[in-house]
Design a protein around this ligand. Structure first.
Ligand code: AMP
Ligand code: ZN
Length: 431
């Protein structure tokens, strides 16, 4: 029934005991790193005194910015010769957040994913077509190793190239697919355009993750593909896919609680909130040698479901991610902060002060449309020069966000002036 009976059905009191044992070890290791030794030193924190879940509240949060500031190895506990892999968050700016793993960390992560897949009903006989990006992004390799550990045949087809994906499906009959919900919406249309009935492909399960989507989209995808859908949540800072995963009940995602201590906080005050209340998820990685990250602010909004799950696992669940407590948007699978787009636009002297970012989704593909005001003398300028400028902005932005934006020049003063906190991002995507 379970991949690891002892761990997955461990009584709560024992899980909490195990978490505390691992927390102490993780804190001890973290305190030896340049980053945490400085932070804890300045705050006068003696990590040996942190022995309960309550005590943890004395520890400062770790943020994405802290990871950037300690780039590349300020939070690494071991010599790099002990590490075997690195990944990076899917943002594309220079100093992204880099995560290192030892051999044990990779094995543990594989076990974590294998266990989660097993609880959806996956077995070694299954064939997984993994349509997530391979490379620095964790989605591809993270699930890949887990599925191999379970004994599945993995088709590492990676994202994109739809016709080849379909060919592989027809030739190798995957029973499980791992894919972003937006690409799944697009791909199913391509399948139908090819005159193929998606239900005839024999796919039984789909693991959807890496970006937010609604219950309605899940239902739509289940119908279109003829599959059962399981939500898979992860972030590179906490390994990658498998941090929390739905079981066969499809009723919220079990957090791997022997790997993480989860807290929900009020994003405004930072105060901890009780189970059942919606807030920001904060995670402490207590099972990674190379890089234990303490009280990481995921910025993802959710709540912990206090009731036990019908599947019998004792690890608690989180609800589908509702949104973010910062302004990060995920465009075509890439994490983008509007401030990065702004930095590019504002560096172009011909551009005025006002702009808008509009996001749309057409047949599952994210489109980004940016309206920028020009200075008056340029707006009346010759067409060739404007086209050249438009191309220049498109190229600069494409290098940053991968998705090719559409740039529309606006007459000076035509966009609503910002009054106080400007609303610049209009996300019209139906997710
Ligand atoms: P990355 O570190 O590049 O893998 O990006 C991680 C972020 O992707 C998370 O913090 C979430 O905002 C988002 N994400 C990942 N999986 C899901 C999911 N199943 N549902 C909603 N958002 C997700
Ligand atoms: Zn369950």
């Amino acid at each position: 029934m379970y991949y690891n009976n002892e761990i997955e059905t461990m009584p709560r009191a024992d899980i909490e005991k195990l978490q505390m044992t691992r927390l102490k070890k993780a804190l001890h290791a973290a305190a030896s790193t340049p980053y945490y030794s400085k932070i804890y030193g300045e705050a006068g924190i003696d990590v040996s005194k942190i022995t309960t879940f309550d005590h943890m509240q004395q520890l400062p949060f770790t943020t994405k910015n802290d990871l950037r500031m300690s780039y590349p190895t300020g939070m690494v506990t071991v010599p790099l010769s002990e590490t075997v892999r690195m990944h990076a968050s899917s943002g594309t700016t220079g100093k992204s957040t880099v995560i290192f793993y030892t051999r044990r960390d990779i094995e543990q992560w594989a076990e974590q994913v294998a266990r989660a897949m097993y609880s959806t009903g996956a077995r070694k006989e299954d064939i997984l077509q993994n349509m997530m990006g391979y490379g620095l992004f964790t989605g591809g390799l993270g699930l890949h190793y887990g599925a191999e550990k379970l004994g599945c045949l993995v088709i590492p087809s990676a994202a994109g190239n739809s016709l080849r994906q379909i060919q592989l499906m027809q030739d190798f009959h995957p029973t499980i697919i791992h894919i972003t919900p937006s690409y799944a919406l697009h791909l199913v249309e391509v399948i139908k355009e090819q005159g193929i009935d998606p239900h005839s492909l024999g796919i039984k399960k789909a693991y959807f993750g890496a970006e937010p989507y609604s219950d309605a989209t899940r239902e739509k995808l289940e119908q279109l593909w003829g599959v059962k859908a399981y939500n898979c949540y992860g972030l590179s800072e906490m390994n990658g896919p498998g941090v929390a995963f739905e079981c066969a009940q499809q009723a919220g995602m079990h957090i791997a609680e022997d790997y993480y201590i989860a807290e929900i906080i009020d994003p405004e005050t930072g105060q901890r909130l009780p189970d059942g209340t919606e807030g920001e998820l904060v995670l402490t990685h207590i099972n990674r040698e190379a890089m234990p990250i303490i009280r990481y602010r995921t910025r993802d909004l959710t709540r912990i479901i206090p009731e036990t799950c019908g599947c019998g696992k004792t690890h608690r669940r989180i609800e589908r991610i509702k949104g973010r407590s910062d302004d990060m948007i995920i465009v075509g699978g890439v994490n983008v902060f509007p401030s990065q787009i702004e930095a590019v636009i504002m560096n172009i002297p011909e551009v005025g002060n006002n702009y808008q970012i509009i996001l749309e989704r057409e047949e599952g593909l994210d489109r980004i449309h940016i309206k920028v005001e020009l200075y008056s003398k340029l707006f009346k300028g010759d067409l060739k020069a404007l086209q050249k400028l438009n191309k220049e902005i498109v190229e600069k932005l494409r290098a940053l966000i991968i998705v090719t934006p559409r740039i529309e020049f606006m007459e000076p003063g035509s966009l609503p002036p910002s009054e106080g906190k400007a609303k610049r991002v209009f996300d019209n995507r139906v997710i």
